[in-house]
Ligand binder design. Sequence first.
Ligand SMILES: Cc1cc2nc3c(=O)[nH]c(=O)nc-3n(C[C@H](O)[C@H](O)[C@H](O)COP(=O)(O)OP(=O)(O)OC[C@H]3O[C@@H](n4cnc5c(N)ncnc54)[C@H](O)[C@@H]3O)c2cc1C
Length: 308
Amino acid sequence: MQDLIIIGGGPAGITAGIYAARQKLNTLLITKSFGGQIAKKAVAIENYPGFEEISGSELVEKFKGHLEKQEIEIKVSEVRKVEKEGEVFIVFTGTKEKYLSKTVIIATGADPRPLEVPGEKEFIGKGVSYCVTCDGPVFKDKIIAVVGGGDTGFEAAVFMTNYAREIYILEASSKIKADQRNQEIVKKSGKVKVLTNAVLKEIKGKSFVESITYQDLKTKKIKNLKVKALFVEVGNQPATSFVKNLVDFNKNDEIKVEFETCQTKTPGLFAVGDVNVGIYKQIVTACGEGCKAALSAYRYLQKLKYKT
Ligand SMILES: Cc1cc2nc3c(=O)[nH]c(=O)nc-3n(C[C@H](O)[C@H](O)[C@H](O)COP(=O)(O)OP(=O)(O)OC[C@H]3O[C@@H](n4cnc5c(N)ncnc54)[C@H](O)[C@@H]3O)c2cc1C
C-alpha cells in the first residue's frame, strides 16, 4: 500500500513527486511519458523563472533528472481507472494490474483537441499532425497550414518558418488571439499568411494530404488551398476519462478542485495542473499546484493517522 500515487509525469506530477519525496511519503508515480506538453514545445520557453530561454526538451531533461534523484518509485504505464473502496484508492493500469494507495494526485494534463472534420482521422500521420516539433521538419520547402490563431498556432507557424516554403494560419473567429510578440515574429518572417473568419471544412488527398477546403465566413464562399500538411492547434481536452465517478467536472471536462489544497470532492484525491479548472495553464502554475497537492496529501495522511 502506497501513501501516494501520482498519475502523470508532466510539470505538475514531477513537482508533486519532488515534494512528496521530501515529506518521506511512500510514493509511486505512474506516467505514460515524461515532460507532458512541454516535450512537444516548438519554440523556446521564456517564462519559467531561472531560465531566460530554454528549449522544451532541455527543461524536460532537467525536470526528469531532478525527479529521478528522489526516493520515489516510477512506472511508465497508462492509468485506465481509479476507484475508491473505504479509505483506499485502487489505481488500475490494466484489467488485472492494480496499485493501492491512501491518496492520489491526478496530474494527467491535456491532449490535443481534434477538429472533427472529414479527412482528419483518415490523414493522421499522412499530413495531419498535432505535434509540429515531431512532424514539422518532414515538410521542408512545402506549403503547409496551421489551424488555430492562438499562441500555440502562431508558435507552430514560427517553428515551421524554419522548414516550410509557405504557411497559412486559419483562424475561425474574426480576431487573432495570439500575443503581440508572436504576431510580430510571424509578420517579420514574410512566409506566413493569416486568414481570419476561415473555418476548415475538409481535408482531401489520395494517400497523403493534398488540399484543404475552408469557408470564408465573411463572403460565405468555400475556398481551396493546396497544402501538404495540416497542423491542428485548437487547444486541448483534459485527460480525465479514467476518473469519472470520483470527481465533478465543469463544462470543459476539467476537474473541480478546492483552491487552497487542489483536493477534489473525494477526500484524499487531488487534481493539479492543466487537468483542473484553473484558468491559467502554464508550467509555473502546474508546478505550483503539484507542490500544493503533495503537501496537502501529506497533511491528509497525518490526519488519517491520528484518526486511526
Ligand atoms: C505547444 C505548447 C506550448 C506551450 N508553451 C508554454 C510556455 O512557453 N510556457 C508555459 O508556461 N507553458 C506553456 N505551455 C503550457 C504548459 O506546457 C502546460 O501548462 C503544462 O505542461 C501543464 O502541465 P501538466 O503537468 O498539468 O500536464 P501535461 O504537461 O499535459 O502532462 C501530463 C502528463 O500526464 C501523462 N498522462 C496523461 N494521461 C495519463 C494516464 N491515463 N496515465 C498515465 N499518465 C498519463 C502524460 O503522458 C504527461 O506526461 C505550452 C503548451 C503547449 C501545448
